[in-house]
Design a protein around this ligand. Structure first.
Ligand code: KG4
Ligand code: ZN
Length: 344
């Protein structure tokens, strides 16, 4: 297979991203990857506001693409195909990205590939670490939480996932509850270091239920109750914050570790060389990482965590997923539409 140069575009949530990738499936290089975040735009609203996100994507996409080409020291003349996230995600953002990609593809006569955002995350370990199929993937971010067995560029078996909040969302909400800054994940991880994880009794939801499904919303409510109890007697001290942060994080760690053990029990017998990969912003958490690594070792599985810049939302993963999939599928036409809901 010959080496191709792809432009990738991602705008499904609150990051406007463009990237240039060169190579072939299993052997590709990221020539550039630009991510323009929108954290400041949404800061006052306690979450991503879809209309604000869509407008910012529409305003920034052209600039983002131009910067990606410039950083790769290439022009559109050098691009062989355009890949874009076509879902799942916030409809306004996805439409902005798809329109931008269609404009470039149409104007330049280039093939266009609409990519599933989750497939982008799920195939990233092939780009960063050359992991061979089949591997187990745990996607844990602000928007996603699921276990997948990845057996091919478009073969994904979902073993389970959250039935309510994603873990990152729970980290962010709990941080807000105990007056820590956003994003909540890093703030809670730092504060938890000074805390006693056993002071408050917090639940491990769905741990007694079979399978790999998870739930984090009840855990968040349990933290809220403990906080309100403390507030009745005065203010929340720094030690209270640290103990709640540590208790919450320990509960998330326990749930993820046990469900990972169950997912590995299903997946590991499928191969002689098992690998478990994690992706998503929550994979930055060292307590979670080391717990998962311990579980992986019990199954003699390799533990792989791609560099954070490629395991949070980015466009290189979208270009790479298209590169993997183009061997087995035709390009999309100009009728490619945005799919806000698009399960793998
Ligand atoms: O993958 P990501 O950048 O964006 C999407 O959700 O798509 O993930 C962001 C999430 C946020 O909820 C953030 O609080 C969480 O990842 N996060 C962490 C840590 N760093 C980021 N959660 C726990 N511990 C961390 N160190
Ligand atoms: Zn994502």
């Amino acid at each position: 297979m010959t080496s191709l140069t792809l432009l990738g575009i991602e705008s499904s949530c609150d990051d406007t991203a463009a990237a240039v990738l060169r190579g072939q499936a299993g052997d590709a290089q990221v020539l550039s990857s630009i991510v323009m975040g929108q954290t400041a735009l949404h800061a006052d609203f306690g979450g991503v506001v879809p209309e604000i996100a869509a407008r910012a994507h529409a305003e920034k996409l052209d600039l983002c693409v131009a910067q990606a080409l410039e950083a790769a020291e290439l022009s559109l003349d050098d691009i062989d195909a355009v890949a874009v996230t076509a879902g799942p995600g916030l409809i306004g953002g996805v439409v902005s990205g798809v329109m931008c990609a269609k404009g470039i593809a149409l104007g330049r006569g280039l093939p266009l590939y609409g990519v599933n955002h989750l497939a982008g995350h799920a195939l990233t370990p092939r780009l960063t670490d050359g992991v061979t199929f089949p591997y187990l993937m745990l996607l844990v971010s602000g928007g996603h939480c699921q276990f997948l067995i990845v057996s091919g560029p478009d073969q994904f078996q979902r073993l389970g996932g959250t039935i309510d909040d994603a873990p990152g969302e729970a980290f962010d909400k709990v941080a807000r509850l105990i007056s820590l800054p956003q994003p909540g994940g890093p703030a809670i991880e730092t504060r938890a270091k000074a805390g006693d994880s056993k002071r408050f009794k917090l639940p491990r939801p769905l741990l007694d239920r079979q399978g790999c499904d998870m739930s984090f919303s009840g855990l968040k409510t349990a933290v809220l109750r403990q906080r309100d109890h403390l507030l009745k007697d005065g203010t929340l001290s720094a030690q209270d914050q640290a103990d709640l942060a540590a208790g919450f994080q320990a509960a998330v760690v326990d749930v993820l570790a046990e469900k990972t053990r169950r997912a590995l029990a299903v997946y590991a017998p499928m191969t002689d060389t098992p690998s478990i990969c994690v992706a998503g912003g929550v994979a930055a958490n060292m307590a979670i990482r080391s717990a998962l690594e311990t579980v992986a070792h019990k199954f003699d599985a390799a533990f792989i965590a791609p560099p954070l810049a490629l395991c949070t939302d980015n466009a290189a993963m979208i270009a790479y997923a298209a590169l993997e999939q183009m061997g087995t599928r035709a390009p999309d036409g100009m009728d490619l539409s945005a799919r806000p809901r698009w399960p793998l």
